[in-house]
Design a binder for this molecule. Structure first.
Ligand code: CMC
Length: 391
């Protein structure tokens, strides 16, 4: 009609103004509140990063301590959440369970649900950041039929998550500092990524004035898809599949299939809407992958060798070069998580855990924006013209 700009997939529409995350897709640069992701990954931990994303500045020593204490105080979930959990089939996908659990938080913590109240939002933010690791670990334990492990607040955020995942009532889990650091780095690298599909979902959902837990649950649901957060899971399945069908010798053949548009096969963990150069998170993830595999004596991990071969072919092949397809964060994160002992089905849940802070920061920014309105895209109607019902 000419009245609206038609922009499928929002390729050229900015849906908001934001001060949180900056991506330069051509340079392969990612900044949180102006700080390069490489420096944050080296010098800060995930909770520092959360503070930065939420408040705009890195914490000083006392702010850091106070924030850590505040998060730790909220790591346990309402005991009745355990009953809620029991309604799920044991073999349910953890992302299905997590979408339900996060949605249910608005029922368990209903005193915090006014999205227009900054104090409520702050409290909900802390509750979500603190409880997500507990919920993800619960989803894992439930699927295994093992008892839930309660959070242990003398551990770090990442260490506590690993302990809730891998300790059992009969056996302690010794947190290995290399693994703990790797887990923390996975969290940092996934903490925010400006207006991706799940973040846009959270903003759109929150724009109706719904409660913050519901808005975050919408983000979890969106993240699940294989074109978004589900890519790490899909990537690992892809590598396992190549391994099963001949391994390194078959990589070339597989890559031909990817290039054939009729095959419907995409190279998972490759390509990005914004990065048209190497994803800086993938670089850091590859480094972490090396560290973890060395620490665990898995340097010869066949999937890592496969991944490197796939990458090497892609970096030299015209199909990928012309389309500027490079590894994204998900390409190596699955290999790291698998080495740590995290089942593939849980990868996207861990992404959701880490991204929660980004979703909240974006939600807060939107609500605080004086120009904020309910999100209501328009459409170009191309259906039948008015016609009479004739039965
Ligand atoms: N394998 C093979 N070809 C690809 C791939 C891929 N992974 N990604 C894009 N292409 C091709 C695509 O076929 C198209 O070719 P042509 O121009 O000849 O039609 C061209 O590259 C542009 O692709 P597009 O689909 O128009 O690009 P997009 O910006 O809409 O999609 C993407 C971005 C990430 C959805 C896509 O690259 C993809 O599906 N990648 C695999 C899934 C994945 O790894 N997703 C994780 C993204 S990073 C983590 C996150 O934020 O969730």
């Amino acid at each position: 009609t000419g009245m609206f700009t038609y922009d499928p997939g929002f390729l050229s529409t900015a849906s908001c103004q934001s001060t949180i995350t900056y991506i330069d897709g051509d340079k392969g640069e990612l900044l949180y509140r102006g700080h390069p992701i490489e420096q944050l990954a080296e010098q800060c931990d995930y909770l520092d990063t959360c503070y930065l994303l939420l408040k705009g500045e890195l914490p000083n020593a006392s702010q850091r301590d106070e924030f850590h204490q505040l998060v730790l105080k909220h790591t346990m979930v309402h005991e009745q959440m355990h009953f809620f959990m029991r309604g799920f089939r044991r073999d349910a996908h953890p992302m299905a369970v997590l979408t339900g659990l996060v949605g249910a938080m608005s029922a368990f913590y209903h005193e915090n649900t006014d999205i227009h109240n900054a104090e409520h939002r702050d409290r909900a933010a802390i509750q979500l950041i603190a409880k997500m690791p507990t919920l993800v670990a619960m989803a894992y334990k439930y699927g295994k039929g093992e008892p839930y492990m309660y959070p242990k607040n003398h551990l770090s955020y990442a260490g506590n998550f690993l302990n809730m995942m891998f300790a059992t009532p009969c056996e302690d889990y010794r947190v290995n500092p290399v693994i703990e650091r790797a887990m923390d780095r996975i969290f940092i690298l996934h903490a925010d990524h400006e207006q991706n599909a799940s973040t846009s979902t959270v903003r759109l959902c929150g724009s109706s004035g719904t409660n913050p837990f519901a808005a975050i649950a919408a983000g979890v649901a969106c993240l699940w898809g294989p074109a978004h957060g589900g890519a790490n899971e899909a990537c690992l399945h892809m590598l396992e599949d190549i391994q099963k069908h001949g391994g390194l010798a078959k990589v070339g053949e597989f890559m031909e299939k990817v290039k054939d548009k009729n095959s419907g096969v995409r190279l998972m963990g490759f390509g990005h809407r914004v990065y048209k150069n190497y994803d800086p998170r993938a670089k850091l993830m590859q480094q972490t992958c090396n560290e973890v595999l060395t620490e665990l004596g898995l340097e010869k991990d066949p999937l890592f060798a496969l991944a490197k071969k796939v990458e090497q072919i892609a970096l030299e092949d015209d199909y990928f070069v012309q389309r500027k397809l490079y590894p994204n964060v998900d390409f190596y994160s699955g290999i790291v998580q698998r080495a740590i002992g995290i089942p593939v089905k849980l990868f996207t849940g861990i992404f959701a855990l880490a991204r929660t802070v980004g979703w909240i920061a974006q939600l807060n920014e939107m609500i605080g924006d004086p120009e904020y309105k309910i999100g209501r895209p328009r459409q170009l109607y191309v259906g039948a013209p008015r016609r009479d019902v004739k039965l």
